[in-house]
Design a protein around this ligand. Structure first.
Ligand SMILES: Cc1cc2nc3c(=O)[nH]c(=O)nc-3n(C[C@H](O)[C@H](O)[C@H](O)COP(=O)(O)OP(=O)(O)OC[C@H]3O[C@@H](n4cnc5c(N)ncnc54)[C@H](O)[C@@H]3O)c2cc1C
Length: 383
């Protein structure tokens, strides 16, 4: 009985989310994709609609609802074909906000979370550097203690929300000789002198995804901006990455649903050789295979969401979720596009965007190869 009420409430929330995206996002998305960025004002619109940081506690501006509500926001964006925006929102609400609520102190939470919930402040997280992607420990950005401050020098790349961010969680070396134990995290206010943004990067998909290089040149930040304890940054990253990977998997599953729905309609409409496309055995088998692939992954992601809510999701299982769901998303996007024929290759048909937006899902948040390494390590130990 309680389960039914919970499912009903989640369903009502989903309906509200969809209505907001239909009115506030759908009419403009194509022009944002062409512009290569969403307008800054959109963040305030999403905040006013109560769609940012929804699982944060009410005293910090959230709605205090379970994690699965937050997943619904990003997942509906992905299902509706707004892949780049789903990434932007996921980073803000499902990655940056939890770092603050799990690791931040009271003053840091009060400083950033309420503004992030209204969209007044946009959040980003900067780990990757030109020489340190999968190999995060190779990062060179440094933070040197100086009186009551730290001085940051270095650069980051591929940072989602980099253009709009008001606060970036920056991973930097506080002790370059200490390996993983020499990394710390900082809440960097982007209005400080010494902080600069590079270009908004041109990508083959997720065009309005706001992905940037960032530069820190003698950037002086107060010691109060240290997130958690000095030298514990890598451990915090490893603790928070499972949630990020699970959410990426959840977006992958939702995007696959979107691709399948577009295709089910198309194969019913397209006529060739005197029959509907859906009557060819190949089409029927393709659809059957892809729907099965989708459902198996959806069931696994739902199970992982429940495990996360119970505090039981381990790193290897989260990696399986990301690996499996994003590979499936790409298989489905490719298979669906094929059924559209040449039309699927034109930007006029949204399946082409689903195809292009999907590709990066196997790369960011840890590549599929890195996911396999994490999974193998849990079974076989280190190589
Ligand atoms: C659109 C976009 C948004 C992003 N957003 C962010 C963000 O907000 N914040 C952030 O910090 N980063 C972000 N990233 C960076 C992303 O996380 C990295 O691109 C990713 O981790 C891979 O690092 P890399 O690009 O340096 O590739 P590399 O690490 O150079 O990998 C190259 C190849 O080597 C393989 N490889 C690596 N390690 C192993 C291994 N141990 N065994 C076998 N093969 C291996 C990889 O799988 C890959 O195929 C984003 C990237 C993109 C494209």
């Amino acid at each position: 009985m309680t389960k039914t009420i919970e499912a009903e409430e989640l369903g009502l929330f989903r309906d509200t989310v969809v209505k907001v995206f239909e009115s506030e996002v759908s009419p403009h998305y194509e022009s944002w994709d062409k512009a290569g960025i969403v307008p800054r004002e959109l963040w305030r619109t999403l905040g006013a609609a109560g769609l940012l940081c929804v699982d944060m506690p009410e005293e910090y501006g959230g709605c205090g609802v379970p994690f699965e509500y937050s997943v619904v926001v990003g997942a509906e964006l992905a299902r509706m074909g707004f892949g780049a925006l789903s990434t932007n929102v996921m980073v803000h609400s499902d990655i940056v906000a939890p770092y603050l609520s799990h690791i931040g102190n009271e003053a840091q939470r009060q400083q950033w979370l309420p503004k992030m919930a209204t969209g007044e402040a946009v959040g980003a997280i900067a780990m990757t550097e030109p020489g340190a992607g999968s190999d995060l420990q190779a990062m060179r950005t440094s933070a040197v203690a100086d009186g009551d401050d730290y001085i940051l020098n270095g650069s980051k790349t591929f940072i989602t929300n980099g253009q709009h961010a008001d606060m970036v969680i920056v991973a930097a070396k506080t002790d370059p000789k200490a390996g993983a134990k020499g990394i710390s995290l900082f809440l960097v206010d982007t209005s400080l002198p010494g902080y600069s943004r590079g270009r908004n990067m041109d990508k083959i998909g997720q065009h309005c995804g706001d992905t940037s290089e960032l530069f820190f040149s003698d950037l002086r930040i107060p010691r109060t901006a240290l997130l958690g304890e000095e030298g514990q940054g890598f451990m915090y990253l490893m603790t928070e990455l499972p949630r990020e990977r699970l959410v990426i998997g959840a977006l992958g599953v939702a995007a696959a649903r979107g691709s399948l729905d577009l295709t089910l309609t198309y194969v019913d409409e397209r006529v060739l050789f005197g029959q509907k496309l859906k009557q060819f055995q190949n089409t029927r088998f393709q659809i059957a295979e892809m729907e099965t692939d989708y459902r198996v992954n959806k069931a696994f992601i739902d199970q992982c969401i429940a495990e996360y809510e119970r505090g039981e999701l381990d790193a290897a299982t989260a990696s399986m979720a990301k690996y499996s769901a994003t590979e499936m998303q790409c298989r489905v996007a490719d298979g669906c596009l094929q059924l559209f024929g040449g039309y699927g290759y034109t930007t006029e048909y949204p399946i082409s965007r689903a195809f292009m937006d999907a590709r990066v899902q196997r790369i960011y948040g840890g590549t599929s190869e890195v996911m396999k390494e994490v999974i193998a390590r849990s079974l076989l130990g280190r190589a």
